[in-house]
Design a protein around this ligand. Sequence first.
Ligand SMILES: Cc1cc2nc3c(=O)[nH]c(=O)nc-3n(C[C@H](O)[C@H](O)[C@H](O)COP(=O)(O)OP(=O)(O)OC[C@H]3O[C@@H](n4cnc5c(N)ncnc54)[C@H](O)[C@@H]3O)c2cc1C
Length: 437
Amino acid sequence: MEKKVDILVVGGCTTGLYFAGLMAEKGFKVLVCDKSPEETLGGRYDVIHIGRGHFSRFGIPEPKPGDPDCVTSFDKSILRSASNKWPKTHTAPILVLRRIPLMKWLADWAKAKGAELLCETSFQKPVFDSEGRLAGGIFRQGNGECTVKARLTADASGIPSVVRTSLPDNYGIENKPLVNKELSYVVLRYVKLLDTKDFVLPSVTTWPQYRIWVGSSYDPNGAILGTGALGSFENAETIFEKFSESGWLPEYELDHVERCLNTRHRTPYSLVSDGFIVLGDAACITNPWTGEGVPDTWVLCSIAAEEFGRAMQNGAYPRREAVWTVNSRYISEQGALFASLFASRQGFTCCTPEENDYMFEQSIFYEDENNRSRNDVVQQIAQGREAGRLSSAVAEKITGALKTGKDIHAHYVNYPKNPADFESWTREADRLWASVQ
Ligand SMILES: Cc1cc2nc3c(=O)[nH]c(=O)nc-3n(C[C@H](O)[C@H](O)[C@H](O)COP(=O)(O)OP(=O)(O)OC[C@H]3O[C@@H](n4cnc5c(N)ncnc54)[C@H](O)[C@@H]3O)c2cc1C
């Protein structure tokens, strides 16, 4: 089978379906191919939290509690110190959604805009035209094969980044797959609560020192106990077992466990090339502090839809130069913010529990929405060191990481407007990232 479209989107979840809907709305012929069956699309994990307001901001009808995809909503997110003290509260309305019905919601929205969705269709390899430019892909469908020809191929395939990693070295795109140390291993325990202790659910409570959280689930009498760890799922289990001994978790009965991966890598320096864009988890668009990424990647999708929409008018093939504005617009703003957060986060992960406690107590970095200090974090760290509450090694590491984060931010804000300046920009970016683990 062969199909010809304007835009091929590989991966049909929160990223691919949203981008497909935006491009179809502009009148392009859009095909989304996903390897999963339609009824399990999005089933990588079950419950997801998305801020209320993002749907209407990005032009998608907002799910409401009681809709098939929407369980409930809550307002309170709380951070607690390593010894479970000094709670820092943040108020913002959050929707508790289930991913499989959410994907149906988004698929219906994208289809209503004119996009076509082809499931159980797995990307195998890219197709190039006679000039060596990307021109679509070859897919496996059951025992057969399907070739899709397109002027633009969007990689929205999540962590495997199947299109990005299949492009040749000279295509202007970082094409290495993510390796073990660039991933976070997440274990989610869906539990029934036997007592709620101090937890007022629905809500989410996080202990950043241990990367452990208790959040709302689909069951009003239940919760999700989540752990994220570097290296392996076994590490996440070990951290959780140790944390369980603290007695800070509510009493529960285990229902089932989910294991999944999250990205822990900077976004590629360039997101576009000839006839190509990488979006979502495939581009590591994740807030480094929260691990969340859906509305953040919708920011990139919106920019990409505007720029590719313009570059592809009147049947034009979108060359790298014509869509470079996607890079300069995204990377110099949200990209700069996430890159600096990613770099500075490394400093905070080396604190001992006592040091983490001190930072919560003094509201250093961890602040309550009602009690924001105007203090300079670097100055506060120096004071903690003088008071003997932060070791010299940790104080230096945090100060160094904050400085690197600031330098990276400044460098990203000056992202080259012209692809001719990209190589020298990349050299300096490599130098700055070299000190970030
Ligand atoms: C445990 C956990 C909890 C999270 N919680 C939140 C949260 O509460 N809020 C939030 O905003 N973010 C959250 N995130 C981050 C969020 O999951 C990602 O930002 C988001 O899922 C990225 O969506 P995506 O569409 O880019 O990728 P995915 O959701 O991974 O979708 C990729 C799609 O590509 C398809 N695909 C893969 N390979 C191929 C192939 N060869 N051919 C065709 N199709 C293919 C897959 O089948 C899949 O459907 C969480 C992440 C994790 C791991």
